[in-house]
Write a protein that binds this ligand. Structure first.
Ligand code: TXA
Ligand code: MG
Length: 320
């Protein structure tokens, strides 16, 4: 049975609760309780320097967690919250430093999921929540994924069904002279520009900016994943089949009939980024259970609408 009351009580008692959001499931603890927040780092095996996002019930709550809030933050909050956008702002002195990985900035977001919004309203505070997976692995998009990867290490899983967006939020830093995209997500640079009335740069334009927790290897399945263009993919597959390698394939095309018997699994993905994102982690979790030697993924198109997906795939991938 789904119980918001039970989840609220556990959070108030310093326990860990997995929460559904529209992006991925989060592993939540009371953001004002350093002992509870420490458990998140321990359970995930996450470095203490990798800061957590604080999930708050509404935009008005921003003032409890951040100071010197710029006008741009209010504009973005009113356009996109609740929703898949995380804002980096100056940390309010009352935010425990363990939440921010020791930094003087804080990440805030109002998630768009009715159960989690109900939980946050009843809890009355903010919850620190990274994605509810072991460090470096694939983010969970169902309660079953959380159960499988964290099991008894989490005190309660609030099952809100499969996540509708499927990849993590867009992160925008508002602490510098101009807004910077730190992580791409389903809210695009264009959508942000429409609201802010100015062009946004991303962290590649600011090599001096260190974004904690964006280490290269991330979102990775257990088997090696190779990201290949269409031609290389077909050539490599033919070689591997000759060598009796068992391969799983994520492609935009249907499985060519000639290849069928030796290929363990062939997944044909949607050609629209929104639907691709919705399925991506679900498919990677499923492929992790197969006994293939590796996963090959056809690289998505180079256009801007595929940026967030290409970023996740590049960080999951290893060179051939
Ligand atoms: O969609 C999401 O954002 C999901 C759901 C659960 O809300 N959460 C999520 O959390 O993806 P996580 O921990 O997997 O990623 C959080 C990232 C950090 O790795 C870091 O890149 C960035 O947020 N971050 C957090 N605090 C920051 C800060 N003060 N400055 C810069 N980046 C920060
Ligand atoms: Mg994560």
């Amino acid at each position: 049975m789904i119980s918001i009351e039970q989840a609220t009580t556990l959070l108030l008692n310093g326990k860990l609760v997995a929460i559904p959001t529209e992006t991925v499931y989060g592993l939540a603890a009371d953001a004002k309780n350093p002992t509870a927040v420490q458990k998140i780092y321990t359970v995930k095996g996450r470095p203490a320097t990798n800061p957590l996002i604080i999930h708050i019930p509404n935009s008005d709550a921003m003032i409890e967690w951040a100071i010197n809030i710029p006008q741009n933050a209010w504009k973005l909050a009113s356009a996109f919250w609740p929703g898949p956008l995380t804002l980096i702002l100056n940390r309010h002195p009352s935010v425990p430093k363990i939440v921010t990985g020791g930094q003087d900035t804080v990440a805030l977001r109002v998630p768009n999921h009715s159960l989690t919004l109900a939980l946050l309203n009843q809890f009355g505070g903010g919850v620190a929540a990274p994605s509810a997976n072991r460090y470096g692995r694939i983010s969970p998009t169902t309660a079953q994924h959380v159960e499988k990867s964290l099991g008894n290490a989490v005190d309660y899983i609030l099952d809100g069904g499969p996540c509708t967006i499927g990849i993590e939020s867009t992160i925008v830093s508002l602490v510098g002279p101009s807004p910077i995209i730190l992580r791409y997500g389903s809210i695009s640079a264009l959508a942000l520009r429409r609201v802010l009335g100015e062009n946004l740069t991303d962290k590649d334009n600011h090599p001096a900016i260190e974004v904690p927790g964006t280490s290269h290897s991330h979102y990775a399945p257990l088997q090696p994943l190779h990201l290949l263009d269409k031609e290389t993919l077909m050539k490599t597959l033919l070689q591997w089949i000759e060598q009796n390698k068992k391969v799983s394939v994520i492609s935009f095309k249907e499985r060519p009939a000639a290849l069928s018997p030796l290929i363990l699994k062939w997944i044909c993905m949607p050609s629209q980024p929104q639907f691709y994102a919705q399925q991506l982690y679900q498919q990677l979790h499923a492929l992790d259970k197969e006994k293939s030697d590796c996963i090959v993924v056809e690289v998505p198109p180079p256009s801007e609408e595929w940026l967030a997906i290409r970023d996740r795939l590049q960080r999951a991938a290893r060179p051939l």
